[in-house]
Design a protein around this ligand. Structure first.
Ligand SMILES: [Zn+2]
Length: 240
């Protein structure tokens, strides 16, 4: 090895040593919940981070509940501090496009760009990249599935909705969610609906009293062995 190269290597080694610690806080390690042994439920919040994400995060923290946020890239860019907090507090992040177009009516280039811009925004805000895709409106077709495969992501839909966006009523959101909650269910909610966030302490307390562990989507799908491009749960008319 020439002296020039070895001194360059020495400089490189010093640079590596002096590299600053990662700026993003890591979620504390907690013992994993085994959803094949206990009752689990995954609450999922779409289209955010919404205006009320901070209040929602406070509530989730207070009751030691985890959630999954399917984020819209445009709001990741306008509210990055919530995204950073979601990761730091142990929640899961998913990709819900950049500006919420119907992917089944979009061309391939648009879909790729919508997904990539959101991956980039989330990475910039939080240091992590989503591993799950929820296409806008939960609408999927073969083209969307192929592109999800390219990105290495399964497509996560929901087993039931809270219908929060339609009722915008605290009691109705609670009633509907309790009606459709089931072990390993995936519930669709929105953190831009004020009534969802307002009613969350009471809803979480009731779910926990019924024995539910509120966990991330990855916790409830662990045994499904999903491949990139798979949709879960399967939309009507789809087969494995
Ligand atoms: Zn949406």
């Amino acid at each position: 090895m020439s002296r020039q190269i070895s001194s360059l290597l020495a400089i490189a080694a010093v640079c590596v040593t002096l590299a600053p610690a990662p700026a993003f806080a890591q979620a504390p390690k907690e013992k994993p919940v085994d959803c094949s042994q206990v009752k689990c439920l995954a609450l999922t919040f779409d289209d955010g981070p919404g205006k009320y994400a901070g209040t929602l995060l406070d509530t989730l923290k207070k009751y030691d509940a985890k959630a999954t946020f399917f984020l819209e890239g445009q709001y990741v860019n306008s509210r990055p501090k919530y995204v950073k907090r979601m990761v730091a507090e142990g929640h899961e992040l998913g990709n819900h496009s950049y500006s919420h177009p119907d992917f089944t009516k979009s061309d391939a280039a648009t879909i790729r760009s919508e997904i990539q811009k959101t991956q980039d925004a989330v990475k910039k805000a939080s240091g992590v990249e989503p591993k799950l895709l929820r296409p806008p409106y939960g609408l999927v077709d073969l083209q969307v599935s192929d592109i999800a495969t390219e990105f290495g992501m399964p497509m996560i839909l929901w087993t039931a909705g809270s219908e929060d966006w339609a009722s915008k009523n605290v009691d109705k959101i609670q009633e509907q969610t309790l009606k459709v909650a089931k072990p390993n269910g995936i519930i669709l909610m929105h953190d831009w609906v004020k009534q969802t966030v307002d009613g969350m302490p009471a809803l979480i307390k009731t779910l926990q009293r019924k024995g539910y562990h509120l966990v991330t989507v990855s916790d409830v799908i662990k045994d499904e062995k999903l491949e990139p491009g798979d949709a879960f749960p399967l939309p009507a008319g789809w087969e494995n």
